[in-house]
Design a protein around this ligand. Structure first.
Ligand code: DGL
Length: 270
């Protein structure tokens, strides 16, 4: 039994870590496509090709279920994969829906018509490709009415995190928050719509101030995975070991991952 967690690089480790804490007996196969990160500046076809290649590698590793712990791939490739690529006995799940269900105070699978919700002004911080796709606004419109969304494409933040340059990442977060505030001075909630950003959650919260509720995905996705596996235990694949795969340089990626997770993580070549 193993579940796959995929990201373009290190960001999905925030989701993996929350899943491992919640489901300590489940082996996970993590795939970081670090050689091709960032995805956020790529076009949709390119993101689709890279994501399907990585997910196919995870099927080979004994996963029947893969979490696309990457908003950019969830926004640009997931629907196309589900419609025409995923074999009947496999599943891929994205990270948008659990987040939007939390924001709109819905339980899993609540398909009732869209309704008014408490939050009215939402700031979305995401990669340029995610912002361009408008996937967040589309999913939100199925569930809520009267919510004003202002999106800020946070160019450069993922590269800085992948390079381990946290000083640059922090400066970029501040400037992206200021840019957002010029368009929406008083958001009541902020979505960290990229799995790399929880690594900078404190910096986002500090720049936004205490009155803004910051939603980040790791715990929401982990809770939703636990719920899914209770309903679909047969989706635990045949794999038995936790494995960390990367298309990048394994020793460099292992060092960064160890630094982020504050525990030893060893990647091998994908
Ligand atoms: N962490 C990913 C996301 O959630 C991808 C970032 C990137 O590769 O640009 O969007």
């Amino acid at each position: 039994m193993a579940v796959g967690v995929f990201d373009s690089g290190l960001g999905g480790l925030t989701v993996l870590d929350a899943c491992q804490k919640r489901l300590p007996d489940v082996p996970f196969v993590y795939f970081g496509d670090n050689a091709h990160a960032p995805y956020g500046v790529r076009d949709a076809d390119d993101i689709y090709d890279l994501t399907t290649k990585a997910v196919a590698r995870m099927w080979d590793e004994g996963c029947d279920l893969v979490i696309i712990a990457c908003n950019t791939a969830s926004a640009a490739a997931l629907r196309r994969m589900q419609e025409s690529w995923v074999p009947r006995d496999k599943r891929v799940l994205g990270v948008f829906v659990p987040l939007i269900e939390a924001l709109t105070e819905r339980q899993w699978g609540d398909n009732s018509p869209p309704r008014e919700v408490e939050v009215k002004h939402v700031a979305l911080f995401a990669t340029p490709a995610t912002v361009r796709s408008r996937a967040f606004q589309r999913e939100l419109a199925f569930r809520a009415i009267g919510v004003d969304v202002e999106a800020q494409a946070c160019g450069g933040v993922v590269d800085a995190i992948e390079d381990g340059d946290m000083i640059l990442a922090e400066a970029l977060v501040r400037s992206h928050v200021e840019a957002l505030q010029r368009k929406m001075p008083e958001p009541d909630a902020a979505i960290l719509g990229c799995t790399h950003y929880p690594i900078m959650e404190k910096e986002f919260q500090d720049a936004l101030g205490p009155n803004v509720k910051v939603f980040s995905q790791a715990n929401l996705v982990a809770a939703s995975l636990e719920d899914y596996l209770k309903r679909r235990p047969e989706m635990l694949g045949a794999g038995t070991d936790t494995v960390y795969l990367t298309t990048g340089n394994p020793s460099k990626v292992s060092d960064r991952a160890t630094q982020f997770l504050r525990r030893k993580v060893e990647f091998i070549s994908a």
